[in-house]
Ligand binder design. Structure first.
Ligand code: ATP
Length: 612
């Protein structure tokens, strides 16, 4: 094969996706990469090119520790292409077709690895949208997920129309927006397929009793069954899947809901929460992929093995006790797609990031997905929507300017009764939720790569963000949150920056709203992607961040947009209406954000409560 695209020399064809062809190729240094060439019809569409670029940028943010990185998105003439690391081995579809279902620890490792991949993908603000067996590559180091959707048309995929089992969630098949919960459905289908060779047959009327889980056992059976629930709100979060599969949580206590059954679901929520915090809202983003209109150049050097090993140097034989069978011998060099065919046979899509889970010596070793170490925002996230308004909340008694005037603040040690927490419900994994941090950490999470520390100790939860770092900590809820009022008691211990609570939805750009107090005593309501300078700050008269503050933040989304309000020590100081389309369900939590250099910022939360 003598075809060259960008700086890559194509070696042989690896596969055909619904929207493009994938080739093994060599980069200028001779390293192996996988190059997906987008269908010229799509590549020629300016809107799709733009989307390609944006989604490739999003893909490049997916945590490296558990993905096969997207190395480059480029253009060569009118040919758009995406370069990822090459994974030597079979995809799951072929593996099961040729060798039968996976069993034992191989199956467990596949379930964990694919969930880790989803966690990493979601943490980057991306929804895979097309997880399926052919998108799970069984490499020498374990399963990796590839192919998350760029320029993917909505609705059933071409492959599904050809009669292959569809792994698409019912809501996606209906043409609705896909969220994290849609990926969880596909995860359940992939696990079912890996264990049985059968697909989930989503939304079929001939499966009134739910998916046939015969062949799956134990926690995997329970999780896959719940993941395949028709109602997205009834599916477990990726975080819960991982907790259970890794033994961190007893399924009996964390999954109190029954396995899916026909009939209405108890929750009516459109999407599962993101399991990891999004990239930060107000710090600079990571290096973006090269724009399509620039000469092609790699985003990063290929490095398929953790630790930056050269992919050429990672061989199955090098892995002691590698669980996965050695990949088939490479097919003899061929040239099934001679260069003359490029113009017509190259299909469309774009690959995306992939998760790596190491499976060594029969133990599934995985690193929880991390957000961008610096907590970077989506580079393409627009600033506040045109209809977005932010204003100091009018004081009910004295009018709109009262909130800006000095006024005595209630004693922080005697907050208003509306801010007083109530007794914690027995399960406390859905709203209402309360944590006074009096016991052990109940599972608050942040990025493994987050810069700083966070821990519950002695009745408080301390968050220490290193210099200029953003450190969010996510509440350990098992169901997604959309409309909520959060009440938190917090004080600043040292440093400069801001801190507070947030609500975050799973939608494009992983929208997040932050309710903040700064070390200088201002309050603000910020939105992901906004430049810090454009976020309106309102001084709160008499506020001393070093004393206990009662924050009350409300996040409510409806047809008119998302209404947000912030009260400090019982007094409403800001309200805001974001007229962007309604906010999706997601996660909530607390954060600290160190700014202005120095040695970071440390805050202490005494309690956190969220109510519907
Ligand atoms: N990085 C890679 N390394 C090795 N093989 C790959 C790689 N990426 C894809 N492949 C092979 O190419 C096949 C097609 O991949 P592709 O991503 O196009 O699938 P798809 O998800 O069906 O495509 P689409 O996104 O267009 O629907 C895979 O099933 C796999 O066998």
């Amino acid at each position: 094969m003598n075809t060259v695209i960008g700086p890559y020399r194509l070696v042989r064809r690896l596969g055909q996706g619904g929207t493009g062809e994938v080739f093994l190729a060599r980069d200028p240094e001779g390293r192996q990469v996988a190059v997906k060439v987008v269908h010229p019809r799509l590549a020629a569409d300016p809107a799709l090119r733009q989307r390609f670029r944006q989604e490739a940028q999003a893909a490049s943010r997916v945590a490296r520790s558990c993905t096969v990185p997207v190395l480059e998105a480029g253009l060569d003439g009118d040919r758009a292409y995406l370069v990822t690391e090459y994974v030597e081995g079979q995809d799951l579809h072929r593996r099961v077709a040729e060798h039968g279902p996976l069993t034992g620890s191989s199956l467990d490792a596949l379930a964990v690895s694919t969930a880790v991949a989803l966690q990493a993908i979601h943490a980057a603000g991306v929804v895979h949208r097309d997880l399926k067996p052919s998108a799970v590559l069984l490499g020498p180091l374990g399963p990796r997920v590839t192919g998350f959707g760029v320029t993917r048309p909505s609705g059933p995929s071409a492959r599904a129309e050809e009669g292959a089992p569809s792994f698409m969630a019912p809501e996606q098949a209906r043409g609705e927006d896909a969220g994290a919960a849609s990926d969880v459905f596909a995860w359940g289908g992939v696990v079912l397929y890996a264990a049985t060779g059968r697909g989930p047959s989503a939304g079929r009327t001939d499966r009134p009793a739910g998916p046939d889980l015969t062949g799956l056992h134990g926690a995997l059976r329970d999780l896959a069954g719940r993941a395949l629930a028709e109602d997205p709100g009834s599916r477990p979060s990726v975080q819960d899947i991982l907790r259970i599969l890794t033994g961190a949580t007893d399924p009996a206590t964390s999954l109190a809901q029954p396995a899916p059954a026909p009939g209405p679901r108890p929750l009516d929520l459109p999407a599962a929460p993101l399991d990891r915090p999004p990239s930060a809202l107000t710090t600079p983003g990571p290096p973006a992929p090269r724009p399509l209109d620039l000469p092609a150049a790699p985003l990063d050097r290929p490095s398929s093995a953790p630790g930056g090993a050269d992919p050429d140097h990672v061989r199955p034989a090098d892995q002691p006790g590698a669980l996965w069978p050695p990949p088939p011998r490479p097919a003899p060099a061929d040239d099934p797609v001679p260069s003359a065919r490029w113009g017509r046979s190259i299909a469309t899509p774009i690959l995306a990031g992939v998760a790596i889970s190491l499976v060594i010596a029969g133990i599934a070793f995985f690193t929880p997905a991390g957000e961008d170490p610096a907590g970077h925002p989506p580079a393409t996230q627009p600033a506040a929507a045109a209809g977005d308004t932010a204003q100091p909340a009018p004081d009910p008694a004295t009018g709109p300017t009262a909130a800006l005037s000095p006024s005595p603040s209630p004693s922080p040690t005697a907050p208003p009764s509306s801010a007083e927490p109530t007794a914690e419900p027995a399960t406390a994994r859905t709203l209402p939720f309360r944590d006074d941090f009096s016991g052990a950490d109940r599972g608050w999470t942040t990025a493994a790569s987050g810069k700083g520390r966070h821990q519950a100790s002695q009745g408080a939860y301390r968050i220490t963000a290193k210099a200029d770092a953003y450190l969010p900590v996510i509440a350990p809820l098992t169901a997604p949150v959309k409309n909520t009022t959060i009440t938190a008691k917090v004080r600043m211990l040292r440093g400069k920056g801001d801190f507070g609570v947030f609500c975050r939805g799973l939608d494009e750009g992983a929208r997040r709203y932050e309710f903040s107090i700064t070390s200088s005593g201002d309050a603000s309501i910020g939105k992901s992607g906004e430049a810090p300078a454009s976020v309106r700050h309102v001084p709160v008269p008499g506020l001393r961040p070093a004393r206990l503050i009662v924050l009350q933040a409300t996040c409510r989304s409806g047809a008119a947009g998302t209404s947000l309000s912030l009260s400090v020590n019982g007094r409403k100081v800001l309200s805001r209406l974001d007229r962007k389309r309604p906010f999706a369900s997601g996660s909530i939590g607390m954060f600290a954000h160190a700014r202005h250099g120095g040695s970071g910022v440390e805050v202490s939360f005494n309690s956190f409560e969220a109510r519907p």
